[in-house]
Design a protein around this ligand. Structure first.
Ligand SMILES: NC(=O)C1=CN([C@@H]2O[C@H](COP(=O)(O)OP(=O)(O)OC[C@H]3O[C@@H](n4cnc5c(N)ncnc54)[C@H](OP(=O)(O)O)[C@@H]3O)[C@@H](O)[C@H]2O)C=CC1
Ligand SMILES: N[C@@H](CC=O)C(=O)O
Ligand code: NA
Length: 435
């Protein structure tokens, strides 16, 4: 039987899972590849650090040169996170004739055009199924299975850590800090979990998907994003009372004049599929003009789900499928003009949830309603619980307002104007609502 020699660079959470799959399940991988997938080298930074997988003698090394200078190794799973040295190592590996499989979305979102251009020049491929939504085969689906469609929209939960945190806060009343720690221990979070909770990771994944799905050339940092890092448990509670759950939603919507992109905590109606996505699961709803809506659901973070995607890419690369896809097509090709432009975030339409703290006296509601009216925002419902201190009326009360559709620009303007009212104390919480 033929053999493809593979190396792993970066033996952390994902690298360890990839080694496990290759070493423990050679029968499966060889059946699908029609050849033996052989782990020849695993490059680590620190030889003394214990690994959670038994690597055969001679596999582990701290020298990247052992891979670069070994002409028998043709595929490398590059599983170091962050930008550098990951970028330089990826370029060095490609220069030395290796095809790449990676899970590093930050690197692709930031340096995708450079890396893919170089890959094309060198006749190499870069496969990255694990970079978006972990184990869900979304890259393959968008770039191959749905290729007969003009995709119209794509919305999803793309960050497992944030979804885990929000689920645990919502369902168990867990504290934010405790659940962040737990997400790190479980191997879901990035080395710097700020990237997960502030919406960066979801925006980077959305930029990659928007490129594949719509031909948009988007700098991820141009995508308007809000994370879950300032989410108040009170909003999870009010959302539930209104029949919603809060999810960090990434949205790409193709309009007549361009592409709307955003990442934001959003109220999603309980009972709809996205609202039921729990813990580290991700989900993506894609609508194509021929196929209609398609829904993908699965684990978006964690060792083995991510390794599942990496090893599938290793097999595809070993048999030449990834080269076919990513060498010849327009993906990350800077010579291809973008097919759509990014729309101004202020024009995006949506419903809103406002929570504010207001003085408990006559005229307050009227003043707020007047501001909303001035910004052409119509109220759909209001919650204000009776609030007393003992038998006496409390001085201030929380007020929750759900609106009908309005533009992001109007909602922003109204927020500033409401915060300036004398009857309103502290900042206004404003969240998007998905119907
Ligand atoms: N964890 C997950 O659920 C998912 C992760 N990803 C992506 O996969 C990539 C890896 O993530 P993950 O495994 O969780 O991260 P980890 O931090 O667990 O692993 C990264 C590994 O890379 C090693 N490393 C860093 N620099 C070098 C170097 N110069 N040479 C050799 N090894 C090096 C680190 O070594 P050391 O141990 O010494 O620090 C560490 O073991 C990231 O890009 C991440 O975004 C994608 C989808 C899901
Ligand atoms: N940190 C990421 C890991 C997968 O991409 C997440 O939590 O989704
Ligand atoms: Na994936």
């Amino acid at each position: 039987m033929k053999k493809t020699n593979v190396a792993i660079v970066g033996m952390g959470t994902v690298g360890t899972g990839v080694a496990r799959l290759i070493l423990d399940h050679g029968d499966r991988t060889s059946r699908h590849a029609g050849r033996t997938i052989w782990l020849k080298k695993a490059v680590v930074r620190d030889l003394a650090k214990p690994r959670e997988v038994d690597l055969p003698d001679g596999v582990v090394t701290d020298s990247l040169g052992d891979v670069i200078h070994d002409p028998e190794i043709s595929v490398v799973a590059q599983l170091i996170g962050g930008l550098e040295p990951a970028r330089t190592i990826m370029l060095q590996l490609m220069e030395s004739g290796k095809d790449i499989v990676t899970a590093n979305k930050a690197l692709l979102a930031e340096h995708g055009p450079e890396l893919f251009t170089r890959a094309r020049e060198l006749g190499r491929s870069i496969a990255f199924e694990a970079a978006v939504a972990g184990g869900i085969p979304i890259i393959a689906n968008i770039s191959q299975c749905l290729s007969a469609n003009q995709l119209q929209s794509l919305e999803g939960i793309l960050n497992g850590t944030s979804n885990f945190i929000v689920t645990q806060m919502d369902e168990r009343g867990a504290s934010y800090d405790d659940v962040v720690k737990q997400a790190q221990e479980l191997g879901y979070a990035e080395a710097d979990p700020t990237m997960d909770v502030d919406g960066t990771d979801a925006a980077q994944k959305l930029a990659i998907l928007a490129h594949l799905a719509f031909g948009a050339t988007v700098d991820w940092s141009d995508i308007p994003k809000i994370g879950i890092d300032n989410l108040d448990p009170a909003d999870l509670q009010y959302a539930r009372e209104l029949g919603y759950r809060i999810k960090l939603l990434a949205v790409a919507n193709l309009a007549d004049d361009g592409l709307e992109l955003s990442v934001a905590p959003t109220l999603v109606r309980i009972g709809t599929p996205l609202a039921e996505v729990r813990d580290a699961f991700n989900a993506i709803r894609v609508v194509g003009d021929a196929v209609g809506p398609v829904f993908y659901h699965g684990l978006g973070a964690g060792q083995m789900p991510t390794a599942s995607a990496v090893v599938a890419d290793v097999i595809d690369t070993a048999v030449g499928r990834t080269k076919l896809t990513f060498q010849t097509l327009e993906y990350f090709n800077i010579e291809q003009p973008p097919r759509v432009k990014l729309l101004d975030a202020l024009t995006l339409m949506g419903r809103y949830y406002f929570r504010l703290h207001v003085a408990n006296h006559p005229g307050t509601l009227a003043a707020i309603a007047a501001v909303l009216e001035k910004h052409a925002i119509s109220i759909a419902s209001v919650i204000q619980h009776e609030n007393t201190v003992g038998a006496a009326k409390a001085d201030s009360v929380p007020l929750v307002i759900m609106t009908h559709e309005a533009s992001e620009g109007s909602a922003q303007g109204a927020t500033v104007a409401i915060e300036a009212l004398a009857a309103v104390t502290g900042p206004v919480v404003r969240l998007r609502v998905k119907d």
